[in-house]
Design a protein around this ligand. Structure first.
Ligand code: NAP
Length: 495
């Protein structure tokens, strides 16, 4: 039963038709074969917002068949036709931005303003790839003999399985589906069971935009069964995944049997290095944004804040003042900037990391415990005197905890920063231009923010080095992940 609170929140939807609670297969809204469902809850209140089908192998096989059959017609459409459909989808997402943001806040917990930001960010991938659809150029290669002509064609790879996490219920999907549809692929999306409602609403808007039935399918429920079905199918030619490194490795291994193209956006362990010569205000503002966005639940969140000795006390005081002002609460309440964590397991992980750090000598400068609001709210926290041996430095905390690690020299900072298997985002704060270049080049990371804590944009390549992933999303490079190169040699032209 949906609670009264959830009903009231849902009543705020301008277009109540966007609240879908079935999967989308071949353009039809379907239940699971066995009628099983999973609850979608609001993490801020525990309210059940909807029950969605708990799908598995059979439903995913249906979605694969449908995507496979549609691939032939969708990939044959002209780039301009596909572009127009995507552009229409973008327009519909933008005109329904309040509703999509409300769904994000209800099922994921992030504050409404931040959710609106995610809708704009997510929509931007559709707009960008609507434009890129028309720019998938091949090559003509100067031939090695005069009776030959050599061409390179770029063609869609085929059916794509896209598995996405709960922390960006819309943007992680559009970042994959935008380029896939733009170049003629068809897609089966598997959103997280925590956040399927945004995915379903976005898929409904895609249908309204004229993206043909079967080009975009959505299944959710039993993740390992859905994953296995996608992995085992010879019709699925590409797996694109955003989520934890552990699941990413399983999907990479599982793709080997059918030699699928794979791209992975996995976990990070972002260092944020504040040098003595940083502008204090810029460093505090940037670190705050890089750490506390989405209550610390993003893969690019600063996980370790390395602070040079000369600025350590001043920075710790200024950051504490800023973090004290962060209002925690239900994301639907005006002024709230820190929502709940996604679930109880997430809070337990944060508690474990904080206890580990304090037991090894870190001091709690601010917070350090569950919030009095209960549920999965955790106090925005700052830990001082953290070192590289503590769990909080070794793994992603994925919560609102800022660990401060003191360091002496630039060389030492680079060494600490690179001492991890992750390599997604890194941040540095310094006024020195030579140092900006030196350190940016030395960091073994896919993304580097210099004097900036929010760097993601659809126009730049997003992705990780080392065990943070394979491939890039967004930008002109992002579409390559969905294309196959074909070399054509025309011979005997002078015969
Ligand atoms: P997760 O547990 O790996 O889940 C991600 C997705 O994989 C979900 O849809 C999940 O389904 C599904 N899944 C789980 N087990 C599976 C299996 N055996 N086969 C197929 N699919 C499976 O990660 P998460 O906790 O949702 O997300 C947080 C992680 O994502 C963090 O590590 C974060 O750093 C990373 N992340 C990376 C990026 C990036 O771009 N690099 C961006 C955002 C997040 P269910 O949820 O339904 O179980």
């Amino acid at each position: 039963m949906m609670s009264t609170d959830a009903q009231a929140a849902i009543a705020r939807l301008r277009d109540s038709g966007l609240l879908k609670s079935k999967g989308l297969v071949g353009g039809k809204w379907v239940d699971s074969y066995d009628g099983k469902t999973v609850q979608v809850q609001n993490p801020a209140t525990g309210d059940v917002i909807a029950n969605v089908p708990c799908m598995g192998k059979r439903e995913t096989d249906d979605a694969i068949s449908s995507a496979y059959n549609t691939f032939y017609s969708w990939s044959k459409r002209t780039a301009s036709e596909r572009s127009k459909c995507l552009r229409k989808w973008y327009d519909l997402i933008v005109s329904h931005k309040e509703d999509l943001a409300l769904l994000i806040t209800l099922e994921q917990g992030k504050p409404l303003k931040e959710a609106l930001g995610e809708v704009s960010y997510g929509a931007a991938f559709i707009e960008f790839f609507a434009e890129e659809a028309k720019r998938i150029y091949g090559d003509i290669i100067p031939p090695t003999s005069s009776d030959r002509r050599l061409f390179v064609l770029k063609q869609p790879v085929g059916v794509v399985g896209a598995i996405t996490p709960w922390n960006f219920p819309l943007a992680m999907i559009t970042r994959k589906v935008g380029p896939a549809l733009a170049c003629g692929c068809t897609v089966i999306v598997k959103p997280s069971e925590y956040t399927p409602l945004t995915a379903l609403a976005a898929a409904d808007l895609a249908l309204q935009a004229g993206i043909p039935p079967g080009a975009l399918n959505v299944v959710m429920g039993n993740a390992p069964d859905i994953g296995d079905s996608l992995l085992q199918s010879t019709q699925v030619r590409k797996i694109t995944f955003t989520g934890s490194t552990a699941v990413g490795k399983k999907l990479m291994a599982g793709s080997a049997n059918t030699v699928k193209k794979v791209s992975l956006e996995l976990g990070g362990n972002a260092p944020c290095i504040v040098f003595d010569d940083a502008d204090l205000d810029v460093a505090v503002k940037g670190s705050l944004a890089a750490k506390f966005r989405n209550s610390g639940q993003t893969c690019v969140c600063a996980n370790r804040i390395l602070v040079q000795e000369g600025i350590y006390d001043e920075f710790a005081n200024a950051l504490t003042k800023a973090v004290q002002n962060l209002q925690v609460g239900n994301g639907l309440v005006e002024g709230v900037v820190q929502g709940p964590l996604i679930n109880e397991a997430a809070v337990e992980k944060v508690e474990k990391f904080v206890n580990d750090a304090t037991s090894k000598g870190a001091n709690v400068i601010l917070g350090g415990k569950r919030h009095s609001l209960g549920m999965t709210f955790y106090e925005p926290t700052i830990l001082g005197n953290v070192n590289s041996e503590m769990l909080v430095s070794r793994e992603e905390v994925f919560g609102p905890v800022a660990p401060l690690l003191p360091f002496k020299t630039e060389e030492e900072a680079i060494k600490i920063a690179n001492d991890t298997n992750a390599g997604l985002a890194a941040y540095i704060f310094t006024k020195s231009i030579p140092r900006s270049w030196r350190v940016s080049e030395a960091l073994e990371y896919g993304l580097v923010g210099v004097n900036e804590g929010l760097i993601s944009t659809e126009v730049a390549p997003f992705g990780g080095a080392k065990q943070s992933g394979l491939g890039r999303e967004g930008s002109k490079y992002g579409i390559d992940e969905y294309l196959e190169l074909k070399y054509v040699c025309m011979g005997n032209l002078e015969a």
